[in-house]
Design a protein. Structure first.
Length: 227
């Protein structure tokens, strides 16, 4: 899912890239993995619609494998920004990690992966919204992500909590999504016995994102929690 909205000219390219990220991932999973997929972009990527999709996942079976990917803006106060988010009322219209945690834990699948291609801090040129507000939660963003994870549940974020997540117009994707797609296609160096081990995939993804960001003189270190 992607969460573009109208945030001024500087965000227009980011909006298009978030849409491209979501569409490319949905196409890859639909074509290569099969099963049911749902794509939410633009006006479909509202808070209510995303919440409804999470609620629907609450009806899945324990033996199902569920993969959720989000590409879009993240606020400095560690909230996911949806298409209809009101920057004057982030708490009521964005998706705080505490709320995401509630939705996530209601999904009964024993194998659940969440990819977040957004940033949770400020940075010029990154997918970030700077707002005049402060976090009210006692738990840090790191602690909240750890709380989401667990056995059979994997949370992979595009950057560390204090880092932006960068995009490349030449790629047409965020660094994270670009290399995630590349990894999911199964490069020979990470395929083992005809299979794609998740930890080899994550190592490949992490190193390439770090290297790509380093080439533009920026730090970006993907983070993984759970297993």
């Amino acid at each position: 899912m992607s969460s573009p909205g109208s945030f001024g000219p500087s965000a227009a390219a980011a909006i298009g890239i978030a849409r491209h990220d979501a569409a490319a991932l949905e196409a890859l999973f639909s074509d290569s993995v099969g099963g049911q997929t749902t794509l939410l972009t633009d006006t479909d990527a509202t808070r209510a619609r995303i919440e409804a999709e999470f609620a629907g996942l609450g009806e899945c079976a324990a033996e199902d494998v569920v993969v959720i990917a989000f590409s879009g803006h993240g606020s400095e106060t560690h909230q996911l920004v949806t298409h209809d988010t009101d920057l004057r009322n982030l708490d009521g219209t964005a998706i705080p990690l505490a709320v995401l945690s509630e939705w996530f834990t209601r999904i009964p699948a024993n194998r659940l992966i969440l990819f977040l291609d957004c940033c949770f801090s400020g940075g010029i040129g990154a997918k970030v919204l700077q707002v005049e507000s402060t976090p009210r939660e006692m738990l840090s963003a790191e602690a909240r992500l750890d709380q989401l994870a667990g056995e059979g549940r994997l949370i992979v974020t595009a950057s560390a909590v204090t880092e932006p997540a960068y995009e490349n117009s030449r790629f047409g994707h965020g660094f994270f999504t670009y290399y995630l797609i590349e990894a999911l296609k199964g490069p020979a160096e990470i395929v083992e016995g005809g299979k794609l081990p998740i930890y080899r995939l994550l190592l490949y993804l992490t190193q390439r994102v770090i290297d790509a960001a380093r080439q533009i003189g920026k730090p970006q270190n993907p983070r993984c929690a759970g297993g």
